[in-house]
Design a protein around this ligand. Sequence first.
Ligand code: HEM
Length: 538
Amino acid sequence: MALQSPPDFSDPKIIRDPYRAFAWMRTHDPVHWCEHHKAWLLTRFGDVNAAQVDAKRYSSNRMRQLADAQLSKAKRAVLEPFVEKASRWMYSLDGKEHEAGRKVLGKAFSPSAIEALGDAIQQIVDDQLTQLSPRPEMMVELFNKIPAFILAYLFHIPAEDALKIRNWTDAIIVCMVGSTDPAYGPKQALQAIEEMYGYFSRLIGQRRRAPGNDLVSQVIVAADKSGMSEADGLAQLAFVLVAATTTSADQLGIILFYLLEKPTRWAQVRDDPELIDVAIEEALRICPAGQLSHRVLTEDVVLHGKTMRKGELVFLMRAAANRDPARFARPDQFDLKRTKLDHLAFGRGPHFCMGRLLFKLEAKILFTTLLRRFPHMHLIKGRPPLWRGNSLQFRGLSRIQVDLAPSADAITRCFSAAPWEKKGGYCRALRAGNLIMTSGTVAFDEQGKPFAEDDVYGQTWRCLEIIETALKQLGTDRTRVVATRMYTTDMELWRKILKAHKKFFNNCEPTTMLLCVKALIAPQFLIEIEAQAVVGQL
Ligand code: HEM
């Protein structure tokens, strides 16, 4: 139902579901003065787009105005150290200072640098997927962790510190345009930014003494070269975390929401993985995790008959612009056939998001792996996803619980990781839910001949290496295998097979040994037996 009057943005119900309010503003009041935020709200695609490329009239130096707009004079002093720090982020800078901030990060976020992160991201995803419970709440068990662990990898910091990052960035960003949630007020934001800056100053000190090839060391070198102060270098590093952690986690949740919203959609993308890219872009369009950005006017601007005054705050409502029917046909529909995908989720102009390629890569790897590993995943009846209601700027879910559905036909088989063995499948791995099994006999070489025929140990070792690659393809590793089966036709060979197996599996013997298999049973048949045995225990 359409909204009849100007929306009240102090109402958490409107924040939980803001799209009717955005539609009202787009149609009736595209330059809307919001008394609650003390800001002008622009909602049409053309206006938002034009403002974000017009850095001359729409300045990004915004932190003080944001604090002034939401706090009384008496309370502003509390937030002053926060405002000072956040005003040094590239996000809050204009012109040459802004360019310098982007430059110190430029190399680390180039397309080739991001592409090179693919294997590391896959490893992080695989590790996390093996730890999911059968009915996980995905924000807590997965999406809050993945971006934080990727950033920990980039910064070379311990994984256990990564989750502190999510807590700090939540506290920092949720308070930026004012929060209705007492758990996310100015005090929490100040405490978080101080803890975070303390952590990263110590880290910079360590990396100065012992440089590496991580992002922190790279920024130190680039900042020194350009004459940037250490405090400004630190501000840019800290901002990467602020910009990347909460937004990415929330956007991953939003992508999952749209993929599971209609029961057939998950299957549609699963059966045609080429749709994953469109699904990611369409989720960014229909529901960007960062719903708006702010600017401060450097001169009076007249738009649609309204005069916005110099010094006033303007909110560029990207989420509203992304559903402007003047730009996108049937804008409220999540459409996997959409070809026009030039949304504003990552902004445009001088402040265009530096992390967009990283986000798209992590989303693609994560959803490709989820779709392959859990082809029947679905929402749980009676446990609908819940949207947060505490920030107009940062949209996300507080809960999205799913059933991973590891049913019999959700068994993932990997007959062999060596392509020339695909038919024989003698060195293979299989996953049913969280249970992983392997079996192996003879490893072949690329010409289809048994590998190192005279060397039983070498032959078995090769077989186990192929199994290891198969395990990787299933998103797991040898430490998670619960059953291994080795076959031979000759008992004489067993001692050496056993030796290789024990070395590979950390002193563990095979759980099953099959002897005298003169004619190998069809591999599908063997896999079926294994699969049935396992499914019975799930
Ligand atoms: C889905 C996830 C993300 C969304 C929706 C998003 C969105 C945005 C938007 C809208 C801006 C422009 C802000 C403005 O114009 O005021 C921005 C800037 C930025 N983003 Fe992202 N971002 C995401 C993920 C990331 C990631 C993963 C990183 C880095 C690892 C990152 C780094 C940055 C940086 C450094 C800027 C500042 C650019 C500047 O001020 O020149 N973002 N982001």
